[in-house]
Design a protein around this ligand. Structure first.
Ligand SMILES: [Cu+2]
Length: 160
């Protein structure tokens, strides 16, 4: 009994922390996992956003994102140009039926272009995802450390 309550008390803080760390939304057959953005420094023109899309329905496509934190929001992919990884704007991110598509550093990502203010670590901001079939979904992006899951973009956002 004592051991059991010790284990519970050790486990509980972890369990209690989980929902805050990983927030999730649903739109039709699409599950949107943990939208997050990288913190930016003052003067940094743009910031990256990431999330995970799990599609249990039919073929769909992420068409656009709207947010007030920046003048515009673009969808980007990374591709090799000779020896250099470069970003390229895409006009949508396909989310095929039954598949999981992860927007992550070094791959598909969201760019909040021309930020109105730096993205502060620990804060949240609202955004609307627009899907071809599932329609519009409001989500909150959590702002995490600039170096979180590093790779892809330089922290300075100098490519833009
Ligand atoms: Cu980009």
């Amino acid at each position: 009994m004592q051991i059991r309550s010790l284990i519970l008390s050790l486990l509980f803080p972890l369990l209690a922390a989980a929902p805050a760390a990983a927030h999730e939304y649903t739109a039709g057959g699409i599950r949107i996992g943990h939208p997050w953005a990288r913190a930016t420094v003052p003067g940094q023109p743009s910031g990256g956003g990431f999330l995970k899309l799990t599609n249990t329905g039919g073929d769909d496509k992420l068409l656009a994102i709207r947010a007030d934190v920046s003048a515009t929001v673009e969808l980007h992919t990374m591709q090799m140009d000779g020896d250099v990884m470069r970003m390229r704007q895409v006009d949508g991110i396909p989310v095929p039926a039954g598949q999981t598509v992860e927007l992550q550093p070094g791959g598909y990502h969201i760019m909040f272009m021309h930020l109105k203010a730096p993205l502060q670590q620990g804060s949240r901001f609202p955004a609307t995802l627009v899907f071809e079939k599932a329609g519009e979904v409001k989500v909150d992006f959590k702002v995490e450390a600039a170096g979180a899951r590093a790779g892809g973009h330089g922290a300075g956002g100098m490519h833009h």
